[in-house]
Structures are given as structure tokens and as C-alpha cells.
Design a protein around this ligand. Sequence first.
Ligand code: PH4
Ligand code: ZN
Length: 307
Amino acid sequence: MGLVNLHAVLAKAQKQGYAVGAFNFVNMEMLQGIIDAAVEAHAPVILQTTEGAIEYAGIGYLAALARTAAATAGIDVVLHLDHGKHLETVVQALRHGYTSVMMDASDRLYDENLSLTQQVVRIAHMAGVSVEAELGRLKGIEDTVSVGDAQATLVDPAQAQDFVRQTGVDALAPAIGTSHGAFKFKGTPRLDFERLGQVAHLTGIPLVLHGASSVPAGIVNKANDYGAAIKGAAGVPDDIMRQAIRGGICKINTDTDLRLSFTAGIREELTKHPEGFDLRHILGPARDAVKAMVLNRIEVFGCAEKG
Ligand code: PH4
Ligand code: ZN
């Protein structure tokens, strides 16, 4: 089986009320940890790379790894461009066989975001490739100084309705209070579920939660025990994640959880075996740690046995 597009995978998720994990990778071991977990759980999976990952590893290597994994996985696998900021990167992704692209012009004026996304949808849909877009800015709700500022960073539901109608995107990432990285909330974690409900109702399409890592205390503590210095980390708790899925989230972006797991695994191995320098002994356990984390996320997302 080869790669499938995002539309196919998310239509099923939306209908049945679960979410599909979208996991970022930058090297072979991360990819293998992700795919091994998805195969074991028989879950559909979205493999995604950002422009930063492409700059680091090269799009040819990343696409070949994903294609190789999908060929024998026996589950639905999507290869998605995450946060494509430039039209050139989108075209590059199409040329390399990506089956889904995100045109992220959320930091531009609304009209620019609209016309750029319309262009991408026109080109991508001709090739059978799905398109995700974003509205609002990813920022923790409590990071803003006033209610007015908070409103300004979050998605405007009426604008989302207009945007989806005018672009025909397959999936939309509405900013509802999450942020990228390991430090998402200073106080009690909260997302704007009322706003999410309005966007789901007005657009009717599958929604995407960015900045959705759970940042488990156990993994952060393990990293710190083996030499990391990560203080004040906080992620999206599982009950909030489940509520988001009930509210229309069908794709969940997870990167930080994998980075934490991978590096905690490396730190443990190097600390326990300071005499070691065989890469296979160092990166193998890190790959296993990524697999364990992805299995955990698949359970929370409810997509096991849906592959
Ligand atoms: N992403 C991943 C963004 C990674 O430029 P870069 O490769 O560092 O960007 O789109 C997420 O939404 C991940 O959210 P998380 O940080 O909560 O895992
Ligand atoms: Zn993101």
C-alpha cells in the first residue's frame, strides 16, 4: 500500500469521532518509532515535516523514508508538509510525492492568506493532494495581557466560515489557545472550546489542533534526571485533548512529546554507558522511546484499529 491523502483519512475520523495523530520527524529513527507504533496499533498515521526539517535533512531523504515506510506498513499513511510558509516549498513537496500540504499564511493579512491558500488548493487538488490552512495565531490564552488581545490571537469563527467557503481547504487549524513547544500554560491549562464549537459548526470540515503535545511530567523528569534542565514545562492534558476531539478536532499535531522522549532516551543511554559510542546502542533505545510515546498518544486520540 502506498501513501494516501489527508482528506480520505480525516473524512473517516470526522464521521467516526476520533482523531488521527500527525507526528513530526527529522530522521530515520523518529520515523521508525512512529510507524512501528502505528502498525502495532493498526492506526492511521500522518507523517509530517516542516520547512526546518526539510532544511535539516533534505526533502528527498524525508520523502524516501516515508514512502519506504508506507509501502509495507499495511495501514493508511499520509505524508504531510507541516507549516509550509512559502509557495516554493509547497511545490517542492508536490514534486516529491507528499499527499498533503499545509499552506500556513496565518501571519499574513487575511486577504493574503486567502488568495495564497486559494492558489495552493487549485494546484494541489489537481494532483489529488489535500490542503490544510491556519487561522489565528498559536499562543497560550494566558500569555496575552488582556481579554481583547486574547480575542485578537484566536480564530474568528465567522472568518473561518468565509475562509473555508472561499478556499475549499480540506482541513483547518483554528487557534484556540495552544502553542508550540514544552511551555504551553503558566496556570491552569485551558482552551477556548466555545470558539472551537462555533468553528466546527460553521465550517463543517475536519479541524486540526497544533501545539498539542502532552509534555508528560514523567518524561520531563527522566530527561532532567539524566542531565537536562527543563523547568516549568506544561502540555495539553489528556482530558482536554479528548474534549477537543469531541468538539471536532480530527488531526492532532505532536512534535515536542517525541523530541522529549527521543532525547531523554539518548541521555539515559549515554549516562548509563559512558564508555559506549556505538550509535545503534544509543539511538535504538531512543527510537523505542518514541514508539512508546506514539502508542500512548494513539490511545488518547482513539484511532487504534482504524488504520
Ligand atoms: N507542529 C510542529 C512544529 C515544529 O519549525 P519546527 O520544525 O521546529 O516546527 O506543527 C506542532 O503543532 C507541534 O506541536 P507541539 O510542539 O505541541 O508538539
Ligand atoms: Zn504546528
